[in-house]
Design a protein around this ligand. Structure first.
Ligand code: 4GW
Ligand code: MN
Length: 291
Protein backbone atom coordinates (compact mmCIF):
# COMPACT_ATOMS: atom_id res chain seq x y z
CA UNK A 1 0.00 0.00 0.00
CA UNK A 2 1.21 3.42 -0.86
CA UNK A 3 0.39 6.07 1.71
CA UNK A 4 -0.27 9.52 0.45
CA UNK A 5 2.77 11.72 1.06
CA UNK A 6 1.95 14.38 3.62
CA UNK A 7 3.63 17.73 3.31
CA UNK A 8 3.63 20.06 6.22
CA UNK A 9 3.97 23.72 5.37
CA UNK A 10 2.54 27.10 6.24
CA UNK A 11 -0.37 28.18 4.10
CA UNK A 12 0.42 31.03 1.69
CA UNK A 13 -0.24 34.41 3.23
CA UNK A 14 -2.37 36.62 1.06
CA UNK A 15 -1.67 39.88 2.83
CA UNK A 16 1.91 39.16 3.81
CA UNK A 17 3.55 37.20 1.00
CA UNK A 18 6.97 35.67 1.55
CA UNK A 19 8.69 38.29 -0.57
CA UNK A 20 6.74 41.49 -0.76
CA UNK A 21 9.81 43.48 -1.71
CA UNK A 22 10.03 42.18 -5.27
CA UNK A 23 7.57 41.84 -8.11
CA UNK A 24 6.46 38.21 -8.16
CA UNK A 25 3.73 38.16 -10.78
CA UNK A 26 3.52 39.79 -14.19
CA UNK A 27 0.36 41.72 -15.13
CA UNK A 28 -0.69 38.62 -17.13
CA UNK A 29 -0.30 36.43 -14.04
CA UNK A 30 2.92 34.68 -14.90
CA UNK A 31 5.03 34.01 -11.80
CA UNK A 32 8.48 35.55 -11.58
CA UNK A 33 10.64 32.91 -9.95
CA UNK A 34 12.66 34.06 -6.96
CA UNK A 35 13.91 32.16 -3.94
CA UNK A 36 11.18 32.24 -1.32
CA UNK A 37 8.25 32.57 -3.74
CA UNK A 38 7.57 28.87 -4.27
CA UNK A 39 7.50 25.61 -2.37
CA UNK A 40 10.04 23.39 -4.02
CA UNK A 41 8.83 20.23 -2.34
CA UNK A 42 5.33 20.56 -3.78
CA UNK A 43 6.58 21.34 -7.28
CA UNK A 44 9.16 18.57 -7.21
CA UNK A 45 6.55 16.03 -6.22
CA UNK A 46 4.20 17.16 -9.00
CA UNK A 47 6.87 16.77 -11.67
CA UNK A 48 8.10 13.48 -10.26
CA UNK A 49 4.60 12.03 -10.45
CA UNK A 50 4.50 13.01 -14.12
CA UNK A 51 7.90 11.34 -14.62
CA UNK A 52 9.08 14.33 -16.63
CA UNK A 53 12.24 14.27 -18.76
CA UNK A 54 13.89 17.58 -19.56
CA UNK A 55 16.15 18.30 -22.52
CA UNK A 56 18.94 20.79 -21.92
CA UNK A 57 20.20 22.16 -25.24
CA UNK A 58 23.61 23.71 -25.48
CA UNK A 59 25.84 24.71 -28.39
CA UNK A 60 29.59 24.18 -28.27
CA UNK A 61 30.84 25.20 -31.69
CA UNK A 62 34.52 25.70 -32.45
CA UNK A 63 36.48 26.97 -29.44
CA UNK A 64 33.42 27.11 -27.19
CA UNK A 65 33.91 23.37 -26.69
CA UNK A 66 36.24 24.34 -23.81
CA UNK A 67 33.26 25.45 -21.70
CA UNK A 68 31.50 22.10 -21.92
CA UNK A 69 33.26 20.16 -19.15
CA UNK A 70 32.54 22.58 -16.34
CA UNK A 71 29.07 23.24 -17.73
CA UNK A 72 28.17 19.54 -17.62
CA UNK A 73 29.85 18.82 -14.29
CA UNK A 74 28.05 21.65 -12.54
CA UNK A 75 24.77 20.68 -14.25
CA UNK A 76 25.13 17.20 -12.76
CA UNK A 77 25.38 18.79 -9.32
CA UNK A 78 22.63 21.39 -9.61
CA UNK A 79 20.36 20.96 -12.66
CA UNK A 80 17.10 19.01 -12.23
CA UNK A 81 18.57 16.88 -9.45
CA UNK A 82 16.71 13.58 -9.15
CA UNK A 83 14.98 13.99 -12.52
CA UNK A 84 15.63 12.59 -15.96
CA UNK A 85 17.72 14.83 -18.20
CA UNK A 86 18.92 14.57 -21.81
CA UNK A 87 21.84 16.85 -22.55
CA UNK A 88 21.59 17.78 -26.23
CA UNK A 89 25.01 18.99 -27.27
CA UNK A 90 25.20 20.66 -30.66
CA UNK A 91 28.78 20.71 -31.85
CA UNK A 92 31.01 20.59 -34.90
CA UNK A 93 33.61 18.68 -32.85
CA UNK A 94 31.86 15.54 -31.55
CA UNK A 95 35.13 13.80 -30.76
CA UNK A 96 36.04 16.60 -28.33
CA UNK A 97 32.94 16.28 -26.16
CA UNK A 98 34.34 15.48 -22.69
CA UNK A 99 33.26 12.36 -20.89
CA UNK A 100 31.53 13.34 -17.69
CA UNK A 101 30.14 10.91 -15.11
CA UNK A 102 26.34 11.11 -15.20
CA UNK A 103 23.81 10.13 -12.57
CA UNK A 104 21.08 7.61 -13.27
CA UNK A 105 18.42 8.70 -15.76
CA UNK A 106 20.66 11.26 -17.38
CA UNK A 107 22.40 11.03 -20.73
CA UNK A 108 24.42 13.00 -23.24
CA UNK A 109 23.20 13.14 -26.83
CA UNK A 110 25.71 14.62 -29.26
CA UNK A 111 24.24 16.28 -32.34
CA UNK A 112 26.77 17.06 -35.01
CA UNK A 113 26.11 20.34 -36.78
CA UNK A 114 28.08 22.51 -39.12
CA UNK A 115 29.88 25.64 -38.03
CA UNK A 116 29.60 29.04 -39.66
CA UNK A 117 32.44 31.50 -40.21
CA UNK A 118 30.62 34.48 -38.70
CA UNK A 119 29.98 34.30 -34.95
CA UNK A 120 26.70 36.16 -35.39
CA UNK A 121 25.62 33.33 -37.66
CA UNK A 122 26.64 30.68 -35.11
CA UNK A 123 24.57 32.43 -32.48
CA UNK A 124 21.53 32.99 -34.72
CA UNK A 125 21.50 29.54 -36.30
CA UNK A 126 20.69 28.12 -32.87
CA UNK A 127 17.06 29.01 -33.56
CA UNK A 128 17.07 27.03 -36.80
CA UNK A 129 18.76 24.01 -35.28
CA UNK A 130 16.61 23.88 -32.16
CA UNK A 131 13.43 24.12 -34.23
CA UNK A 132 14.64 21.41 -36.62
CA UNK A 133 15.61 18.95 -33.88
CA UNK A 134 12.50 19.75 -31.83
CA UNK A 135 10.32 18.50 -34.64
CA UNK A 136 12.58 15.61 -35.65
CA UNK A 137 13.71 14.26 -32.31
CA UNK A 138 13.08 16.17 -29.08
CA UNK A 139 9.29 15.87 -29.37
CA UNK A 140 9.69 12.07 -29.08
CA UNK A 141 12.18 12.12 -26.21
CA UNK A 142 11.46 14.90 -23.69
CA UNK A 143 8.59 16.96 -22.28
CA UNK A 144 10.41 20.24 -21.77
CA UNK A 145 13.36 21.98 -23.36
CA UNK A 146 15.72 24.34 -21.58
CA UNK A 147 17.94 26.25 -24.02
CA UNK A 148 21.05 27.93 -22.64
CA UNK A 149 24.48 29.40 -23.44
CA UNK A 150 27.48 27.17 -22.80
CA UNK A 151 29.81 29.82 -21.33
CA UNK A 152 28.07 29.31 -17.99
CA UNK A 153 28.28 27.29 -14.81
CA UNK A 154 25.63 26.14 -12.37
CA UNK A 155 26.29 27.39 -8.86
CA UNK A 156 23.06 26.49 -7.03
CA UNK A 157 19.86 24.51 -7.56
CA UNK A 158 18.01 24.95 -10.86
CA UNK A 159 15.08 22.56 -10.74
CA UNK A 160 11.50 21.97 -11.83
CA UNK A 161 10.44 25.38 -10.50
CA UNK A 162 11.63 26.81 -13.84
CA UNK A 163 9.41 24.58 -15.98
CA UNK A 164 6.31 25.98 -17.63
CA UNK A 165 4.70 26.09 -21.09
CA UNK A 166 6.93 28.96 -22.16
CA UNK A 167 9.51 30.69 -20.03
CA UNK A 168 12.01 33.49 -20.45
CA UNK A 169 14.74 34.89 -18.20
CA UNK A 170 15.44 38.48 -17.24
CA UNK A 171 18.66 39.77 -18.78
CA UNK A 172 20.93 40.64 -15.83
CA UNK A 173 21.99 43.98 -17.29
CA UNK A 174 18.44 45.34 -17.69
CA UNK A 175 16.39 44.19 -14.71
CA UNK A 176 16.25 47.70 -13.31
CA UNK A 177 16.06 49.52 -16.64
CA UNK A 178 13.15 51.45 -18.10
CA UNK A 179 11.46 50.03 -21.16
CA UNK A 180 12.80 52.86 -23.32
CA UNK A 181 16.36 51.79 -22.63
CA UNK A 182 15.89 48.11 -23.42
CA UNK A 183 18.13 47.23 -26.36
CA UNK A 184 15.28 45.91 -28.49
CA UNK A 185 15.75 46.21 -32.24
CA UNK A 186 14.50 49.71 -33.02
CA UNK A 187 14.71 49.76 -36.82
CA UNK A 188 11.28 49.14 -38.35
CA UNK A 189 12.94 47.43 -41.33
CA UNK A 190 13.85 44.45 -39.15
CA UNK A 191 11.37 41.75 -38.25
CA UNK A 192 12.66 42.05 -34.69
CA UNK A 193 11.41 45.65 -34.42
CA UNK A 194 9.75 46.59 -31.14
CA UNK A 195 8.26 50.12 -30.79
CA UNK A 196 9.36 52.23 -27.83
CA UNK A 197 6.00 51.98 -26.11
CA UNK A 198 5.80 48.17 -26.14
CA UNK A 199 7.51 45.34 -24.30
CA UNK A 200 7.59 44.13 -20.72
CA UNK A 201 11.13 43.02 -19.93
CA UNK A 202 14.42 42.65 -21.70
CA UNK A 203 14.96 38.91 -21.85
CA UNK A 204 18.28 37.11 -22.21
CA UNK A 205 18.95 35.10 -25.36
CA UNK A 206 20.95 32.66 -23.26
CA UNK A 207 18.15 31.06 -21.21
CA UNK A 208 14.64 30.25 -22.40
CA UNK A 209 12.48 27.19 -22.70
CA UNK A 210 9.15 25.49 -22.32
CA UNK A 211 7.33 22.47 -23.65
CA UNK A 212 8.86 21.07 -26.83
CA UNK A 213 5.81 22.31 -28.74
CA UNK A 214 6.15 25.88 -27.48
CA UNK A 215 9.92 25.95 -28.00
CA UNK A 216 9.35 24.65 -31.51
CA UNK A 217 6.89 27.46 -32.24
CA UNK A 218 9.24 30.07 -30.80
CA UNK A 219 12.40 28.92 -32.55
CA UNK A 220 10.60 28.39 -35.87
CA UNK A 221 9.11 31.85 -35.81
CA UNK A 222 12.41 33.49 -34.79
CA UNK A 223 14.25 31.58 -37.50
CA UNK A 224 11.74 32.67 -40.13
CA UNK A 225 12.17 36.28 -39.03
CA UNK A 226 15.96 35.92 -39.21
CA UNK A 227 15.69 34.55 -42.76
CA UNK A 228 13.41 37.44 -43.77
CA UNK A 229 15.85 39.96 -42.32
CA UNK A 230 18.69 38.35 -44.22
CA UNK A 231 16.70 38.61 -47.46
CA UNK A 232 16.21 42.28 -46.72
CA UNK A 233 19.88 42.84 -45.97
CA UNK A 234 19.43 43.59 -42.27
CA UNK A 235 20.65 41.81 -39.12
CA UNK A 236 19.04 42.57 -35.77
CA UNK A 237 21.20 44.45 -33.28
CA UNK A 238 21.53 41.52 -30.86
CA UNK A 239 20.88 38.78 -33.41
CA UNK A 240 18.55 36.03 -32.18
CA UNK A 241 18.17 37.71 -28.77
CA UNK A 242 16.39 40.59 -30.53
CA UNK A 243 14.02 38.17 -32.24
CA UNK A 244 13.38 36.33 -28.98
CA UNK A 245 12.47 39.62 -27.33
CA UNK A 246 10.11 40.49 -30.15
CA UNK A 247 8.45 37.07 -29.84
CA UNK A 248 7.92 37.51 -26.10
CA UNK A 249 6.20 40.87 -26.60
CA UNK A 250 3.42 39.14 -28.52
CA UNK A 251 3.57 35.65 -26.99
CA UNK A 252 3.81 36.29 -23.27
CA UNK A 253 5.85 33.75 -21.31
CA UNK A 254 3.90 31.77 -18.73
CA UNK A 255 6.81 32.01 -16.29
CA UNK A 256 9.72 34.44 -15.89
CA UNK A 257 13.01 33.48 -14.33
CA UNK A 258 14.59 36.13 -12.12
CA UNK A 259 18.22 37.23 -11.97
CA UNK A 260 18.99 34.21 -9.81
CA UNK A 261 18.87 32.13 -12.97
CA UNK A 262 21.23 34.21 -15.04
CA UNK A 263 23.81 36.32 -13.35
CA UNK A 264 27.26 37.69 -14.05
CA UNK A 265 29.40 38.47 -11.03
CA UNK A 266 30.92 41.39 -12.93
CA UNK A 267 27.58 43.12 -12.28
CA UNK A 268 28.15 42.97 -8.51
CA UNK A 269 25.72 41.49 -5.97
CA UNK A 270 22.46 43.39 -5.51
CA UNK A 271 20.61 42.67 -2.27
CA UNK A 272 17.58 41.11 -4.02
CA UNK A 273 19.87 38.38 -5.33
CA UNK A 274 19.75 35.75 -2.57
CA UNK A 275 20.93 32.88 -4.76
CA UNK A 276 23.23 32.87 -7.75
CA UNK A 277 22.16 29.71 -9.52
CA UNK A 278 23.60 30.05 -13.02
CA UNK A 279 26.62 32.25 -13.64
CA UNK A 280 28.45 33.57 -16.66
CA UNK A 281 32.00 32.25 -16.96
CA UNK A 282 34.38 35.01 -17.86
CA UNK A 283 36.00 34.46 -21.21
CA UNK A 284 39.15 35.76 -22.76
CA UNK A 285 37.49 37.27 -25.79
CA UNK A 286 40.67 37.47 -27.82
CA UNK A 287 41.54 33.79 -27.33
CA UNK A 288 38.12 32.22 -27.42
CA UNK A 289 36.47 34.23 -30.15
CA UNK A 290 37.96 33.50 -33.53
CA UNK A 291 36.36 35.67 -36.13
C1 4GW B 1 32.95 35.84 -31.33
O1 4GW B 1 34.00 35.57 -31.88
C2 4GW B 1 32.03 34.78 -30.96
S1 4GW B 1 32.29 33.15 -31.21
C3 4GW B 1 30.85 34.99 -30.34
C4 4GW B 1 30.13 33.81 -30.07
C5 4GW B 1 30.80 32.69 -30.52
C6 4GW B 1 30.36 31.32 -30.37
C7 4GW B 1 29.16 31.09 -29.70
C8 4GW B 1 31.15 30.23 -30.84
O2 4GW B 1 32.20 30.36 -31.46
N1 4GW B 1 30.69 28.97 -30.59
C9 4GW B 1 29.53 28.74 -29.92
O3 4GW B 1 29.18 27.59 -29.69
N2 4GW B 1 28.75 29.81 -29.51
C10 4GW B 1 27.47 29.51 -28.84
O4 4GW B 1 26.64 30.65 -28.85
C11 4GW B 1 27.72 29.16 -27.37
O5 4GW B 1 26.73 28.26 -26.93
C12 4GW B 1 27.56 30.50 -26.71
O6 4GW B 1 27.30 30.40 -25.32
C13 4GW B 1 26.40 31.09 -27.50
C14 4GW B 1 26.29 32.60 -27.46
O7 4GW B 1 27.54 33.23 -27.63
P1 4GW B 1 28.21 34.00 -26.40
O8 4GW B 1 28.04 33.16 -25.18
O9 4GW B 1 29.62 34.35 -26.75
O10 4GW B 1 27.34 35.30 -26.28
P2 4GW B 1 27.34 36.29 -25.02
O11 4GW B 1 28.61 37.04 -25.02
O12 4GW B 1 26.12 37.17 -25.26
O13 4GW B 1 27.18 35.47 -23.75
MN1 MN C 1 27.20 33.53 -23.25
Amino acid sequence: MCRKKRMIYKNPQVLNPPRNDVLMMTPWFAPIVWEGTYNFEILNEQFRQRNVTTGLTVFAIKKYIVFLKQFLETAETYFMVGHKVNYYIFTDRPQEVPSVALKEGRKIVVLQVQNYPRWQEISMRRMEMISHFSQQQFINEVSYLVCVDVDMRFNDQVGVEILSNLFGTLHPAFYAAERQSFTYERRPASRAYVPHDEGDFYYAGGFFGGTVKEVYKLTKKCNEAIIMDKKNGIEAIWQEESHLNKYFVYHKPTKILSLEYLWDDNLGGPEILRKRRFLAVSKNHAAIRNK
